[in-house]
Design a protein around this ligand. Sequence first.
Ligand code: NDP
Ligand code: 8X3
Length: 264
Amino acid sequence: MPISFAHKLTDKIVLITGASSGIGEACAHYFAEAGARLILCARREGKLQALADDLQQKYSVKTFLLPLDIQQSDAINTAIANLPESWQAINILINNAGLSRGLDKQYIAPLQDWEEMIDTNVKGLLYMTRAIVPGMVERNSGHVINIGSVAARYTYPGGSVYCATKAAVKVLTEGLKIDLLGTPIRVTNIEPGMVETEFSDVRFRGDTDRAKSVYSGITALTADDIADSILYAATRPLHVNISEIYLLATDQSTGTLIHRREQP
Ligand code: NDP
Ligand code: 8X3
């Protein structure tokens, strides 16, 4: 059996949160190329539409857009309940949407930053899971892939609330697998190190120089590197549950131990 496509994704329905950028957008390309049908979720509808057009042109793939804010449980429940019948049987949920805000010390950071990180990375992920996994249980089939982080393993200065949300993702992933024992549903946690996406732009609210400096002198992971790992987990034979994949750039050894080359 060829190693890379043991479990075929042709016509499987894959819902990707955070599909408008970075890792989620890369996943859309990888899963479209593998023949899946995609539900693309994020807040920026224009970006989702542009992605859908691109995917249609490149892979003739069918897509359904879900423009919503995952912090809003009612919006999620309504959107999932109202999916057209042909899109209801979601096979794979990729809980990727997430963000960091600022690098302020815990005792002085703006409360709003905490709320946004916790509401998106933890509660949003839970809302999506709660809306979609019961259907998977009913259909006796499914896979939930959560995007955690190296930040779950190493707390760094000013990052403790973001790190706490990713530690929560690790625990929630383990807990979901425990609660699904006895069903064929698979659960995976992907834990990347530094990936060059819009992540740092969002963290520093559009301060692009500061965002770029995060990756200066290193060869960071790319969104494609992560999509490749996610596709790997999704395509193993159904009796194989990839519980976690922890991947770092070769220039990174721990959360904060990073080798930076001299800049010219
Ligand atoms: P990007 O900023 O490039 O992408 C984040 C995506 O999440 C966007 O599509 C954004 O879409 C979406 N999103 C954010 N908030 C919401 C919301 N409330 N509702 C719906 N969608 C939302 O970053 P990455 O691709 O790097 O991040 C993806 C995931 O990977 C995150 O969970 C992040 O924590 C994690 N991660 C990132 C690492 C990195 O170094 N980049 C390393 C380890 C993990 P929109 O704004 O249109 O809503
Ligand atoms: C994102 C990676 O190191 O900036 O999860 O926290 S890091």
